[in-house]
Design a protein around this ligand. Structure first.
Ligand code: SAM
Length: 235
């Protein structure tokens, strides 16, 4: 097997990536077809599908191997479950699969790009397959889903201090969805699961695109973005 594409994602590090696709709709990215697979023929008619399956390698955690039992964050991080009963990245074969929205297909300068949204993928993720999402077979309304029957509920309210509001106003022209992206990512509460019900005075930082975003909890259920700065490299 070889990679047929690579992901360009606003998520430059593992921390703060949503735990499944579709939870952060403001996250937009691209899949670039690579090598001999960079041919528009491979995606002919794919634009007729609103969603696609992206099959990929968990390249960021691959080197850490796997264990038969893992601790899913949804269970507070303190109950062990069989790895094959979870969507953990630490699997015998480090293969992930995500349904994402297909926003469009671009073919320019001899390069084929699929624009996608709602992704849960780290930047530079190698893609090994893409398939159309077929609701009649892939969506089973009455399926049982163990501890993950529903999407995680978000109970956090997000606010921006004056400085970060000013930063967002300036970035608006080039990154119109940045504030929505930050809000949706923070609403998922990216902190480790064991922190959730405890008062937390830590200062946190995450990277989205080439922005460094600082934030902290102001109560058990509220978050304030305290600073946004630009990192030197842009993407
Ligand atoms: N939807 C996929 C699945 O079910 O196979 C992935 C689910 S996994 C729980 C989602 C997490 O994988 C993200 O929160 C992020 O931390 C991690 N992740 C995403 N891309 C990755 C990559 N290329 N390498 C390692 N970890 C990655």
């Amino acid at each position: 097997m070889q990679a047929i594409g690579k992901v360009h994602s606003p998520y430059k590090e593992k921390f703060a990536i949503p735990r499944q696709p579709g939870l952060v709709s403001a996250a937009k990215g691209k899949i670039e077809l690579v090598g001999e697979f960079n041919q528009v023929e491979l995606v002919r008619d794919l634009e007729n599908y609103s969603h696609i399956w992206v099959v990929f390698i968990f390249h960021g955690t691959q080197a850490q191997g796997w264990k038969p039992l893992v601790r899913p964050p949804r269970l507070g991080g303190n109950k062990k479950t069989g790895v094959l009963a979870t969507r953990s990245t630490f699997r015998p074969n480090p293969i992930g699969m995500s349904v994402v929205k297909l926003e469009g297909i671009e073919h320019k300068n001899k390069k084929v790009y699929l624009t996608i949204s709602g992704l849960d993928l780290l930047d530079q993720t190698p893609v090994i397959d893409i398939k159309p999402y077929l609701p009649y077979v892939d969506a089973i309304a009455d399926a049982q889903a163990g501890f993950a029957q529903q999407a995680p509920e978000s109970k956090l309210t997000i606010s921006f201090n004056e400085n970060s509001k000013q930063f967002l106003a300036k970035a608006q022209a080039k990154f119109p969805e940045l504030s929505q992206l930050i809000e949706q990512v923070l609403a998922q509460d990216p902190r480790p699961a064991y922190k959730k019900s405890k008062l937390d005075n830590n200062a946190y930082a995450m990277t989205l695109y080439h922005f460094n975003i600082n934030w902290q909890m102001t109560s058990l259920s509220s978050v304030e973005v305290t600073a946004i700065t630009e990192l030197s490299t842009s993407n």
